[in-house]
Every structure is written in C-alpha cells, then in structure tokens.
Write a protein of this length. Structure first.
Length: 365
C-alpha cells in the first residue's frame, strides 16, 4: 500500500528524469542490470526501510524494468551496522544507512547524517545541495570507494525512551543508552555510557535491562518498535539529531559502469526518496504521539542544564577534532559557516513565524 502511494505521488523531479532516462535508453539500449541493496533497517519501518523500496521501484519504472534493485533488510545480507563496508568492498552494489554509524572509522562521517545542535532537515538539504556539502562529502567518500546520495530525512527527532526520569545532569551518570554517532560521544562527556545497536536489536536490550534508555527516531517509528512497553518516559528534543539525513551508498566501480541514463534514473529516484521520507514523517508523527500518550507514555522536556552542557561539549568536541583530523576540519569549516548563516535567517523569518503561530494567545484555529 505504501509503495503504491509513493508511485502515485511521484514528484516532478522523478517525472523529469523518467523522460530523460527514456530518451537516453532509446539511444543506448536497455541493458539488464540487477543490483542488491543492503539496508541497515528492519522491514517493519515503512518510512526508513520504505525509502529504499521507493527508490528501487522508481528506478525499475523509469527503466522499464531493466534496472532491477532488490532491497534487503538489515541482517539479511549483512549486519545493519556493516552496510558501508559491504558497499565499499563490493559485497553489494549499494546500501541505505546512516553515516554516523561509522564515526569509529572517521568522525567526518557524521556530517553526512547530522551532528548535535547542527542543521535542521531543511538546512541540511540546503547545505548538501546548494551549500557545497555534498561535493565535500563525496570527496571524502571516495576514499571508501563510494559515491553517496541523500536518501531521506526524519526531521528533528525525539530525545528517546528512559526507564527512569531524568531531572538533572546528575541523573545521566552511568546511564547506559543506545545512541550512536557524535551524540553518543557528547553524552559520554555528560556521564552516559553510549551503546551502538542496530534497530532490530534495541527492544530486546531495553526489555532485558542491558540498556537503561534508547533514542531512535520519533513517535511513528518508536511506536512500531514498541519501546513504550518497557520504558514510559519519553524525552524531547533529540538535540543530537536536529535533521538527520539517511544516505544511499553506491559502490564507485559499479556506479561508473552504469549507462548515463541509468545514473540519471538512480539519482532522480534517490532525490525523490529523500524528499518523500521527510513528508511521511511530518504527516505520521503527530497522530502517533497522540496514540502513545493515550497508552500512558509520560512526555518530558530535557532539563535546561543538560541542554546547556551538551551544547558546550558538542562544540568543544568539534574544535578538538578539527585540530587533529584534516578531513573533519575541511567539512566542518564549510558546515559551520553555513550553519551560522542559516541560524541568522531562520531566527529572523522562521522562528518569528512559528512564535506567532504557536503562541497560546493567538486567535488562530
């Protein structure tokens, strides 16, 4: 059903590329190509996992079925947190993952997804497509034999599920929490013991008490994974993920083998998936949150001392890493300058509009 919905609501970008691809195929022929895509995510997550299926279906449609990409859920071909290596090594031709899972290799990977107190979804897309972010990241990914494409965004995430209330900075000491990427490293400076687990492994760990808390995405996906059944305290905001981009990875050798028309079809389908994921989350999160609250979930905002100290530690970490990691510094310099401009603009236009709309004194319906 979701697949049919996406196909029926194809964006203008996808239609334009379909026309381009069809014309090019007439000249080049329609070679049969079959690829495997390894996802980091379980099939139950129709938003994140579904983005890869949407992309594959669009490519299939734009090439009259000649370019077939089969999507495999996390663990079916490779473990969810080994997708990048599988694409790099040519075990699969492409993958769908979050690059901040791989900051153990190089912290610069985080910018392909998000960093704490960074860019919102709109700002991240703007930096990627028009602010020089994507060319910088592709230069970095070349060292891993990969070309990367934005492949979805969740929007600002929630702060996660906790077995016990967190009333101050002191309550984070020794807390075992599933949180990957730079967010985990920053929270470790606040006393948290971060854990990295793939999506399908989180619920059992939370249920057994192996972890005390977990972040994931937001109400819609969190409800599907059932975290509210074992942890009732739901926090916001997810300051470590203000606008995380999911990424499609394509093995560079395989990319270079593709006919130009297939490259165009693939790039267009990935751009469509990138846009549609965010729209899906914006539509599905509000009713999901209401359902969770009706089941006894307790909503909390993170205490001010946690937010203040986390932001302080975040930028201290970025400066430290930039001083010793040339790849990180190169991307960070671009990102930081763009962030400064975006915050000035959004604070002027977007924030003023939001304050006017969401003010309780407003007479709007």
């Amino acid at each position: 059903m979701q697949r049919r919905h996406f196909l029926q609501h194809a964006g203008a970008t996808g239609l334009a590329a379909a026309t381009l691809a069809t014309g090019a195929q007439a000249a080049e022929g329609n070679p049969k190509i079959s690829w495997k895509l390894a996802s980091s995510y379980p099939k139950s997550l129709d938003t994140i996992y579904g983005a890869a299926e949407l992309m594959a279906n669009r490519v299939r449609a734009m090439t009259n079925g000649a370019f077939d990409i089969r999507v495999y859920a996390g663990g079916e071909l490779v473990p969810g947190l080994q997708v990048l290596d599988a694409v790099k090594d040519g075990t699969v031709q492409c993958g769908h993952s979050a690059s901040y899972y791989y900051v153990g290799k190089n912290k610069a990977f985080a910018f392909d997804t998000t960093v704490p107190f960074g860019l919102t979804a709109r700002q991240q897309n703007a930096w990627m497509y028009y602010g020089g972010g994507l060319p910088l990241l592709r230069e970095f990914f070349k060292d891993y034999n990969i070309i990367n494409f934005p492949g979805g965004n969740t929007g600002t995430q929630m702060g996660g599920w906790f077995r016990k209330e967190v009333n101050s900075l002191a309550d984070l000491k020794g807390l075992k929490m599933r949180i990957p990427g730079m967010g985990g490293e920053i929270l470790s400076r606040l006393g948290v013991v971060p854990q990295t687990l793939a999506g399908g492994d989180i619920y059992p760990a939370l249920e057994k008490g192996t972890i005390d808390a977990t972040e994931w995405v937001g109400p819609y996906d969190d409800e599907k994974l059932g975290f509210h059944k074992v942890a009732k305290h739901y926090y916001y905001p997810g300051f470590w993920e203000p606008g995380p981009t999911l990424s499609f990875y394509v093995n560079l050798n395989e990319w270079n083998k593709l006919p130009k028309s297939y490259q165009a079809a693939l790039e267009s389908a990935m751009a469509e998936a990138n846009e549609m994921m965010l729209a899906a989350y914006d539509a599905k999160n509000p009713p999901a949150l209401l359902r969770l609250l009706q089941q006894g979930v307790k909503l909390h905002q993170f205490p001010a001392d946690i937010l203040a100290e986390a932001q302080k530690q975040a930028f201290a970490l970025y400066e430290e890493e930039a001083a010793k990691n040339p790849a990180f510094k190169k991307i960070y310099t671009s990102w930081a300058a763009f962030r400064k401009q975006q915050h000035a603009w959004f604070n002027l236009a977007e924030r003023a509009m939001e304050n006017a709309m969401y003010n309780p004194a407003s007479k709007g319906k």
